[in-house]
Write a protein that binds this ligand. Structure first.
Ligand code: RIB
Ligand code: CA
Length: 305
C-alpha cells in the first residue's frame, strides 16, 4: 500500500499533540516533516513541544521552526486553553533533539521539491508558514497534492463570535491559501466541536498505553471543552479526514475569508447555497459520525506506541 506523504504544520497545543502522535504511527502515513508556528503559544514553545513529542516516541522525524508572528496581526495566544507551556500536564523533560537549522518555509520548500510525489499538507494552526511558502516559492504549489486543514467554521467561532482561532490568528494567510488554487479541505468547528472525548474515553485511554497515559495527563489541563460537555479533539479531525474520510460528510463550496477590521474579522464565509455563483475553492466538512470517530480514536491510540 503506497503511503500518503504528509507534512504537519502545527502549534502544539494539546489537541495538536494527539494529531501529531497518531500521524507518526499511522500505517497509511509517511510523515516527512513537522513545521511549527506561533499560535496556541509562542513559536519557541510550539517548537519545543514538537521536539518533546518526537523525542517521547523516539522518532527521527525532522522539526523546523516557523514564523513567530502572523503576517500582519499581533499574536494573541490561547495559553488559557493549553497552559503556559502549550502542553501543560505531562512532564516530557527537556528534549535533546535539535530543530533543523533552516526556517520552516525553507524546510517545506526543500521537502516538497525533493518529494517524488505530491505531498499532503496538514496545517492545524495559523496558516502563516504556508502562505509565506506560496508567496516566496509559488512553484511549490504544484508539489502539494492537497491541503487538509483544521480551521474555520460554517457557523460561530470560538475566538470571536465570527472566527475560529487558527483563521482569526492570521486571516491574511488564510485568504492567500483559499485564493491559491490549491485543493483545500477545511475541517471546521462545526465538526471538530462534535468530535469530543467524554470522561469514559479519557478513563479508558489512561491505562491503554504510554501515549494514552500522556494524553490523559495533558487532557487534565486542556480547556478545549470539558469533561461534562466533552473534550474537543479539533486537530486530529484533519488527520481523520485524510486517512478515514468516511467519518465525515463533505460539501464542495466557495469560502471567502473576512480580512476586514470589524467584528467579522477571521470569519470563513462559506457560500453553501452557491448564491454568489463563484467557482468552488474548497471542500468543507459538514458533520462527523461521532460514535465512529470515538471508535477510530481508540483504534488509533492502540497503534500509537
Ligand atoms: O480552534 C481550534 C484550533 O486552534 C486548534 O488547532 C487548536 O490547537 C488551536 O490551534
Ligand atoms: Ca492547533
Amino acid at each position: 500500500m503506497r503511503k500518503i506523504p504528509l507534512i504537519i504544520d502545527t502549534d502544539p497545543g494539546i489537541d495538536d499533540a494527539v494529531a501529531i502522535s497518531f500521524a507518526m504511527f499511522h500505517p497509511k502515513v509517511d510523515l516527512k516533516l513537522i513545521t511549527t508556528v506561533a499560535g496556541n503559544v509562542s513559536v519557541d514553545k510550539t517548537t519545543e513541544n514538537a521536539l518533546k513529542l518526537v523525542e517521547f516516541f523516539g522518532s527521527d522525524i525532522p522539526v523546523a521552526r516557523g514564523c513567530q508572528e502572523p503576517l500582519l496581526k499581533t499574536l494573541e495566544d490561547s495559553s488559557e486553553i493549553h497552559g503556559e507551556s502549550g502542553m501543560d500536564g505531562f512532564d516530557f523533560g527537556t528534549p535533546t533533539r535539535k530543530v533543523l537549522p533552516e526556517h520552516a518555509v525553507e524546510a517545506l520548500r526543500k521537502t516538497l521539491l525533493g518529494s517524488e510525489e505530491p505531498v499532503t499538507l496538514m496545517p492545524i494552526a495559523a496558516l502563516t508558514n504556508i502562505a509565506l511558502l506560496f508567496k516566496l516559492y509559488p512553484e511549490t504549489k504544484s508539489k502539494v497534492k492537497e491541503i487538509v486543514l483544521m480551521g474555520g467554521s460554517l457557523s460561530r467561532g470560538n475566538t470571536t463570535t465570527a472566527a475560529e482561532f487558527n483563521i482569526f490568528t492570521d486571516p491574511e494567510a488564510a485568504a492567500i491559501l483559499f485564493e491559491s488554487g490549491v485543493k483545500i479541505t477545511m475541517i471546521g468547528l462545526d465538526v471538530t466541536s462534535r468530535a469530543v472525548l467524554m470522561q469514559k474515553e479519557v478513563e479508558q485511554i489512561k491505562t491503554m498505553n504510554r501515549a494514552g497515559e500522556m494524553f490523559a495527563a495533558l487532557f487534565s489541563h486542556y480547556r478545549g471543552g470539558s469533561m461534562k460537555t466533552g473534550l474537543k479533539m479539533h486537530d486530529v479531525c484533519a488527520l481523520a479526514a485524510i486517512v478515514e474520510p468516511e467519518l465525515f460528510d463533505f460539501a464542495d463550496t466557495f469560502v471567502e475569508i473576512e480580512t476586514g477590521k470589524g467584528p467579522a474579522n477571521g470569519a470563513t464565509v462559506a457560500d453553501l447555497k452557491m448564491k454568489y455563483h463563484r467557482e468552488t475553492n474548497s471542500t468543507v466538512a459538514l458533520d462527523v459520525h461521532v460514535e465512529k470517530f470515538r471508535e477510530w480514536f481508540l483504534e488509533m491510540l492502540e497503534q500509537t506506541k
